[in-house]
Structures are given as structure tokens and as C-alpha cells.
Ligand binder design. Structure first.
Ligand code: TZP
Ligand code: MG
Length: 223
């Protein structure tokens, strides 16, 4: 099963040190964690990624490095996430090998189609809703693009951009396998408790939609 919650640790929005924040989220049951830092030097980004990779190595979560396949490979991370302006997923794959995940951001159906038959491990689609987190975001795509993407690919789809606990059921119902969340978790008073709530919403949504994930948990198909 693809992890239904993808917690993204943005360096500028974390209220506790990254390693502590990551450890708390993993203890809450989060299985997929990305580190994102847009304003650090390459050297500092590498150092922080190395520290996080080491801290998470013995944990049950996969650690994804944003933007930089080279750093993901060097620190022994569990994967890399590339956008439309980063290295092409095929080149990220050459650097990261087959054991690490390569995920890619898409913002329209054409971009989804372009990666649907390439060896990426998941396709992120967004921004689904307005977001203040990403600088110069692409236009909001709404859950409609998740529905269209779902028809195009069986690869895991990760919804991103403005995802809140309240909006999560709608994107799972549209066909997302997972929600990537920054602000709603990091800015809450208790990020680990908030993550738990997301995980509970994911289970309820997947059972309600009769997805494979829901059925593997013993849920019944709805109609
Ligand atoms: N890519 C598309 S939207 C976004 C990224 C990195 C930011 C998502 O952050 P938030 O705070 O969950 O809206
Ligand atoms: Mg990027």
C-alpha cells in the first residue's frame, strides 16, 4: 500500500528541529517524509539531508529529498522528488538507482501523461487548492485534475497544495492514493496529533471509496 500521508518538512515552516519533528511524525505512524528547503546553500542542504537520512534510517519511514537526486543518492535517502524544472525523472533515476523512489510533480494533464509510462514511483498532482507555501505556484487544478489523472494511470497519485484535514476526503474520493501536506501539519499546535488525524481520515476515505487500500483493511465496497 502506498502511504496515504506524505508529510513534507519545509525548513522554513517547522517549529521544532527537523530531526525531532520527523521522529514525532514517524511515531505517529507517518511512513513517508520529505525534506524541503528552498533557501539553504547546497552544502547546508546536504548536511541537513544527511542528518535526517541517518536519523530515519532505523525508522519505518521512507525519507525523500526534495529537488536533488545527487544529494538523495549521497546521503542514502529513500528517494527523491523532482519538479518540472529539476532534473528529468529519467536522469534522477540514473543517479538514484532502482531501490530509491523517484517521484515527480505535475500541474496539468499533459504533464501527467508525459510521466505516466515512465518508471516514476508516484505522480504528485497540484496545487489542488490555493497554497501560500509554494512560491509562484502553478494555477490551482482542483480535485478534477486528480480524477482525470486517475483515469490515465495506475501509478500512485499524490495530491498536493492546500490540503487540509477537511479537504482530504474530497481528494481521496477523486482517486488520490495519498495527500502531501505541509502547512496543515507543521502549523498545527501538535503536528504528530494532526498527522494521526490525517491517517484516520485516509482510512475512512479509502474504506468509503472501496479502494484496494480500503478493502485490504476489511472495508466493504460502497455500491
Ligand atoms: N507543490 C505544489 S503545492 C506545494 C508544493 C510543494 C506546497 C504545498 O504546501 P501546503 O502548505 O500543504 O499547501
Ligand atoms: Mg523541485
Amino acid at each position: 500500500m502506498f502511504p496515504p500521508l506524505y508529510a513534507v518538512l519545509d525548513e522554513e515552516l517547522m517549529k521544532t528541529p527537523a530531526v525531532k519533528c520527523a521522529a514525532e511524525l514517524v511515531s505517529a505512524g507517518v511512513k513517508l517524509i520529505q525534506y524541503r528547503a528552498k533557501n539553504l546553500s547546497s552544502r547546508k542542504y546536504f548536511e541537513n539531508c544527511a542528518t535526517l537520512a541517518e536519523a530515519l534510517a532505523t525508522r519505518s519511514a521512507r525519507f525523500i529529498v526534495n529537488d536533488r537526486p545527487d544529494i538523495a543518492a549521497m546521503v542514502g535517502a529513500g528517494g527523491v522528488h523532482v519538479g518540472q524544472h529539476d532534473l528529468h525523472p529519467a536522469d534522477a533515476r540514473r543517479i538514484c538507482g532502482t531501490d530509491r523512489w523517484v517521484g515527480v510533480s505535475t500541474h496539468n494533464l499533459e504533464q501527467v501523461r508525459a510521466v505516466a509510462n515512465t518508471p516514476v514511483d508516484y505522480i504528485a498532482v497540484g496545487p489542488v487548492y490555493p497554497t501560500a507555501t509554494k512560491k509562484n505556484p502553478d494555477p490551482v487544478v482542483g480535485p478534477a485534475l486528480i480524477r482525470e489523472a486517475r483515469k490515465l494511470t495506475r501509478k500512485p497519485i499524490v495530491a498536493i497544495g492546500g490540503i487540509t484535514l477537511e479537504r482530504a476526503p474530497e481528494v481521496f474520493a477523486a482517486g488520490a492514493n495519498s495527500v502531501a501536506v505541509i502547512r496543515d501539519i507543521l502549523e498545527s499546535r501538535d503536528p504528530a496529533a494532526r498527522a494521526c488525524e490525517f491517517l484516520a481520515v485516509a482510512v475512512r476515505s479509502q474504506v468509503a471509496s472501496g479502494s484496494a487500500e480500503g478493502k485490504s483493511r476489511g472495508g466493504k465496497r460502497n455500491g
